[in-house]
Design a protein around this ligand. Sequence first.
Ligand SMILES: C[S@@+](CC[C@H](N)C(=O)[O-])C[C@H]1O[C@@H](n2cnc3c(N)ncnc32)[C@H](O)[C@@H]1O
Length: 463
Amino acid sequence: MAEPTTPADTTGQVLELNIGNPAHGGHFVARHEGRVVFVRHALPGERVLARVTDGGTDAGFWRADTVQVLEPSEHRVAHPWQPADALLAAGAGGVPVGGAEFGHIALAEQRRLKAAVFAEQLQRLARIDRDVEVEPAGEEHDGGLGWRTRTAFAVDASGRLAMHAHRSEELIPVQQMPLAVDAINALALWDVDLAGVARVEVAAPANGSVPLVLLIPETGTSPGRLAEVAAAVAAGADRPVSVAVWEPEQQQLTRLRGRSWVLESCGKHEFRVTGDGFWQIHRQAPQILTGAVLDGVRPQPGERVADLYAGAGLFTAPLAAAVGGSGRVLSVEGAAGTSRDARKNLHAVPQVEIVQGRVDRVLRSQYPPRRGRSGRQPAGRLDAVVLDPPRAGAGRTVVRQLDELRPRVVGYVACDPASFARDLGYFLSLGWELDTLRVFDLYPHTHHMESFASLRPPAPVGR
Ligand SMILES: C[S@@+](CC[C@H](N)C(=O)[O-])C[C@H]1O[C@@H](n2cnc3c(N)ncnc32)[C@H](O)[C@@H]1O
């Protein structure tokens, strides 16, 4: 009888691979002795050497990172950011930082690959075939750089600004972040001694207003030490900067310099966004997404609209302007600080009702289902719903609630094609139809994308 074999760890092994299609998550599919290997920093059609980063003889699939290209694709270009260049890092015996995993690909090809991934998710999870085009967000001449108005950094053991390698605890010191807006790089945080700080989050509004540096301290760092770091941040900046301390476990935000929020804007609307509160990352995302929402939903004067997962009110404000004083906008946001921002941002707009809470719970309490002769019907009416859930999507419960509410249109903003396609599948199974679908390249040089879809309910029975 054969001895049972112990699974062996194959991590570190270098494989020669032929690269196939892109997969969701920024990988490309290859096969080694029949097993699927998800390879990063490669391109379809390439032949590469890739080092296994996650493997085991009993694992269903492996992960690997390209270390050398034997036959390059015509779409391969020089990476715009050295620390994220996998080939450079491998040549120096290291690993690249995460966050620009498509930087080795020409921008137009990045968009073609994202379109293919989006279409595949629609096919696999919603069972529909749809041609997808990914629209560029900026001018091609900016090279897909300088768009991040928000960036998170780690701090290494010697107090230097750093970033994580992909799926790793390894920290790599960084200087300059070419995907970030100039105002973030102008802070030169890499010159600041950040000892005592675990993480740094920077927000620099595209409208040029004062940036905010959030210091997330290591456990036990004294207030005096944090004040020293704040002073060093301010001294190194070439313009006014706010500094605050954010302690996620206590949910406590402490202002050290300037203010504890930033002033964002979109069109004629201004928004204060506190601490780590949500705001769209790409400098043009607020305008692009607001335009897509208004075009796709077409809110009318007097209508009742819900803006779900509303953040600081980016879509609530233009929706309220469109429905006017005779309409109503219910704006639902889960995070307490962000919901407070929404309340402040929209306090002068009487047709807006800000509610803090989980979307499913708020819908249940505002529109309790009641049993009528024709079955379950919600009390009250909604003409249109906009939802912009986090990466996990809205889920089956919320989709069912929206189906019962039967607005004339649902506008779904999504940052994850897989959870969107899953939710779309739920809508389609309830008889809804996909109308508009737009996908935007709001995260150049990464595998991420943003989308907007408008959905139409089934026609009422008897019509
Ligand atoms: C992708 S952001 C969108 C925010 C806003 N639409 C914007 O574009 O600025 C998602 C928001 O949903 C909130 N959120 C997450 N889960 C939630 C839930 N179950 N109920 C309500 N809000 C939630 C988050 O705090 C976050 O502000």
